[in-house]
Structure formats: structure tokens, C-alpha cells
Ligand binder design. Structure first.
Ligand SMILES: Cc1ncc(COP(=O)(O)O)c(C=O)c1O
Length: 479
């Protein structure tokens, strides 16, 4: 971030663009048709209808020219590829871990770890700072369960706590004591996806690792969202302000038994990795990789992606590169908050999260406020976000509709993909929508329960058309 002479600071893109992809904004009436056709569910939309695709940061981060060049050097070979050893060397250089297993994406890492450590101990427990769907899904599928140990403030939507992803260490220790030998491993998510990309402090991670050692259980770091978390440790945690990103990673990595990550996020590629130092554990997990993913020197990844990840991991050690996402998010959050729009604070990683229950308080929980708001944002701007609330919530009991503790709309910020002027356009349309929020109505499912996050919904009235009419009146011929 640089200071400006004539205005408040703005995020500044620290790259120049060498390949572009054309995008377009379809007229507001067409946007109403597109969201209707998608059943008011942004997961079901076609990308041709979308101007700003802010559904996720997963597998949609822009690559550098060096990454694209490196892809051409991939050594396509079933076993013992040079590409595998080049990536293993890079991982050793950055994380100081001797053993590396490639898998096809983050949830495959979780599958392998659940097979290796949960399945052999039916009923075992995985304490974690917060849950993520794919992580707990694999644990439960393998016969285990999880316990959330997040510090209480992590669940407050508005807060000044810089590390809302921190564990409650007292709670964690009491779980470790009570469960004794029934713990499969402790999972540390840095940062935490479902509570707004909020980071965990390095001191908290080190304390968790110490507790793991004390009670003789494995510490497992989910580093999928580590890139933003590193930026926050460097900028918000005083003790590490003078440390380089590489030093911070090294301190963290040396404290963890196993690290895994989705390389759709960390490393600007598409894939996944499990890394560790213990040869016996490596051989144990490797047997599952060979059965479920692919030969352990490619594990379901293409060698081209592996080369891109190798270069992308180096980029992740560069402060200018990793500060881009958080700075864009901070800009979005601050601009919206200044305009009175309810957002999750402080700004975290991954994306900007809007509190739908406050944005559209007139919509009942049973009418899916976050789903309705995500649809309205698309109509107003052509931007696709993601509902994080009742629609997304898995059904534990088929007869009882689950309502999550939060109804959020996430506007993810894919890294290096969008520009500040595109963010300014989005902010403008969100301000307009906030002024016209009374026009937004609720949704209902078209089919009988239990519902899936991918199911279609219907609007409770013709509110989408009325919202579009108001847009036309206010914006005239503008898109
Ligand atoms: C924290 C975290 N862990 C694991 C995953 C799963 O990764 P993937 O989508 O590559 O399977 C994600 C994906 O969003 C994530 O955010």
C-alpha cells in the first residue's frame, strides 16, 4: 500500500497484466432471467452471465508468466518425474519438511489423513479451531467426529480482535485431557474459511503445538488459506513484524507434525500436498495416496500444475504478492462499513463478508436472507458471491431444517484477477442496493426437504423484477 498525495490510499496492484480475458456485463433484465434460470442459487449459474466472479478464490487465482512458462517444463512421467523432485525440493526449502505427497486437491489431503488416523480408531475425535465442510466430512465418513475449540470472540461478527481464528487453549486442553487416547489429531486451520477468512496468530499456533506435544497427539496444519494468514501475522502480530515471511513459515512449520494444503489456494495452482518429516507416517499415508489418488510422485495432479505450484510457492514468500488479496478485501470492507453496510470485521482473508440478517432484516430466517441477498447483488451488479447460511448448511436430521449461526454473503477476491476500478464499480452497486434493500424479498426451495446446497429455489414474489425496474429508473441505459 502506498500513500497518495491527493486522496486516501487505495490498494495498488503490484503486477502488470500480460494476458487478459474479455468479460461482459449483461443488461439487468437478462441478469434477472439468468438468476431465475439458476434457481436463485449462484452455484448453478453459468460463467457467461457473470461480470465479476467472486464465488471463491479456489483454483481461480491468476498465474504469472513465470508460472505459465514453468508449466511447459513439466516432466510427464508416471513414476519418478523430475517435476516431483523439483517441487519436493521447493517444499523442503520453504517448509523444512523432508517428505511430500501430492494429491489432486485439498479435500484429498483430508481424505488421506482421515483414512490414516481416524478410520483405525472408530469414534475418535479431531479438535480444531473451526470446521470446514470438506475436512469434517472426511472425518465423519471415516467414523470419527470433531470438536470446535475456537475462542469465543471468533464467532462475533463485528469485532476488533485481529486474530479471531485463535484456539481457546483452555478448551483445547480440557478436550485433550478428557479424550486421552481417543484423539486422532488436532487440526489447525490457518486462516479460518467459514468465519470470514479470519487469521490465527503464530503464538496461538505455537501454543497449540506445545499442547499437542504435552498430550502426545499429532498437530496437523491446514495451510490452504495460509497466504493471507502470513500477511496478517506479519502486519498484526508485533512479535513477528521484523521477521521475513520465510522465517515466519519456518517457525510455524517446525512446530507442526503434518502440514497439508489445497494448492487451488496456496501456491496459485490447482492441486494439493501433504508434507511431513516422519518417515514412518509418510509410508503409512503414502499407501492411501497410491490407492486413491495416483502414483505417489504425481498423486492425481498434472505435472504442469505441479510446476506452476513450485513457482507459485516462491511467489507466496513475497510480501508484495501476498498483501494484494488482504488489501483489496480491507478496501472493500472499509468502504462498505463507512457507508453503513453491515460487514464482518476486522477485514480477514479470502473475501468480504456481508451480514445478510442486518442488510435485509425484514427477511425471515426461513426465507433465506443470505441466498436472497446474493441473488440481489447479482441482479444489481453482475457479481456472483456465495451464500453462507441456511442454504449451505448440511442437514444432520432429515426432518429438521438446520439454520446456521450466521447468514453471510461472501464476495471472494480471487488473487490478481480484478482491479481497483472493478472493486469501485462493485462498491457503487452495493451502495445502491443497500439504499433499495426494502425491495429485496425472500426465497423458498422448489423441492421437498432435505435440501442440498446445490438445489434450486424460487423467489417468494416478483421482487427480482421490481428490483430490476428500479435499477432501470435510476441508471437509465447504463449496464
Ligand atoms: C481451509 C480449507 N481447507 C480445505 C479446503 C479444501 O480444498 P479443496 O477445495 O482444494 O478440496 C478448503 C477449500 O476451500 C479450505 O478453505
Amino acid at each position: 500500500m502506498v500513500d497518495y498525495y491527493r486522496r486516501n490510499s487505495l490498494p495498488l496492484e503490484m503486477h502488470k497484466v500480460c494476458i487478459v480475458q474479455k468479460t461482459e456485463i449483461i443488461p439487468v433484465e437478462e441478469r434477472v432471467k439468468a438468476i431465475r434460470k439458476a434457481g436463485f442459487n449462484t452455484y448453478r449459474m453459468e460463467s457467461k452471465d457473470i461480470f465479476l466472479d467472486m464465488l471463491t478464490d479456489s483454483g481461480v487465482n491468476a498465474m504469472t508468466n513465470d508460472q505459465l512458462g514453468a508449466m511447459m517444463t513439466g516432466d510427464d512421467c508416471y513414476a519418478g518425474s523430475k517435476t516431483y523432485f523439483r517441487l519436493a525440493d521447493k517444499i523442503k526449502e520453504i517448509f523444512n519438511k523432508d517428505y511430500f505427497l501430492p494429491v489432486h486437491q485439498g479435500r484429498a489431503c483430508e481424505h488421506m489423513l482421515a483414512l490414516a488416523y481416524v478410520q483405525p480408531k472408530p469414534g475418535s475425535i479431531v479438535p480444531m479451531n473451526f470446521q470446514f465442510g470438506t475436512s469434517v466430512g472426511k472425518i465423519q465418513y471415516c467414523g470419527g467426529d470433531f470438536v470446535i475449540c475456537i475462542a469465543e470472540e471468533g464467532l462475533q461478527k463485528q469485532s476488533a480482535n485481529p486474530f479471531k481464528g485463535d484456539f481457546d487453549l483452555v478448551k483445547l486442553e480440557s478436550v485433550l485431557k478428557q479424550q486421552g487416547g481417543n484423539i486422532a489429531f488436532v487440526r489447525i486451520e490457518a486462516g479460518t474459511n467459514l468465519i470470514g477468512g479470519q487469521p490465527i496468530s503464530l503464538d496461538n499456533m505455537l501454543a497449540v503445538s506445545e499442547l499437542c506435544r504435552k498430550y502426545g497427539v499429532l498437530s496437523v496444519l491446514d495451510a490452504s488459506l495460509l497466504q493471507d494468514n502470513l500477511h496478517f501475522i506479519k502486519t498484526r502480530e508485533n512479535a513477528y513484524r521484523d521477521k521475513s515471511i520465510r522465517e515466519i513459515v519456518r517457525t510455524m512449520s517446525d512446530a507442526m507434525d503434518i502440514i497439508y494444503f489445497s494448492a487451488r489456494k496456496l501456491g496459485f495452482g490447482r492441486g494439493g500436498a501433504i508434507i511431513l518429516n516422519d518417515q514412518k507416517e509418510f509410508e503409512h499415508i503414502k499407501s492411501f495416496v497410491a490407492s486413491f489418488e495416483g502414483f505417489p510422485t504425481f498423486g492425481g495432479m498434472s505435472v504442469r500444475e505441479m510446476e506452476a505450484i513450485r513457482v507459485g510457492l516462491d511467489d507466496t514468500m513475497d510480501e508484495d504478492t501476498i498483501s494484494q488479496g488482504p488489501q483489496f478485501i480491507e478496501y472493500l470492507v472499509n468502504e462498505l462499513e463507512d457507508a453503513g453496510i453491515p460487514v464482518v470485521t476486522p477485514p480477514g482473508g479470502l473475501g468480504c463478508h456481508i451480514d445478510a440478517m442486518k442488510f435485509v432484516p425484514h427477511i425471515d430466517r426461513r426465507d433465506y436472507p443470505a441466498g436472497a441477498l446474493a441473488s440481489a447483488i447479482y441482479i444489481a451488479s453482475g457479481a456472483r458471491g456465495m451464500e453462507r447460511g441456511g442454504i449451505d448448511e448440511p442437514w444432520a436430521d432429515p426432518d429438521e431444517e438446520p439454520y446456521g449461526s450466521m447468514e453471510l454473503v461472501r464476495l471472494a477476491v480471487p488473487r490478481r484477477v480484478y482491479t481497483v476500478s472493478q472493486m469501485n464499480y462493485l462498491i457503487d452497486r452495493l451502495l445502491w442496493l443497500y439504499d433499495n434493500r426494502e425491495l429485496i424479498g425472500g426465497l423458498h426451495f422448489e423441492t421437498n426437504a432435505p435440501h442440498n446446497f446445490y438445489d434450486a429455489l424460487e423467489a417468494n414474489s416478483d421482487w427480482p423484477e421490481r428490483l430490476a425496474e428500479k435499477f432501470r429508473r435510476d441508471f437509465g441505459d447504463s449496464l
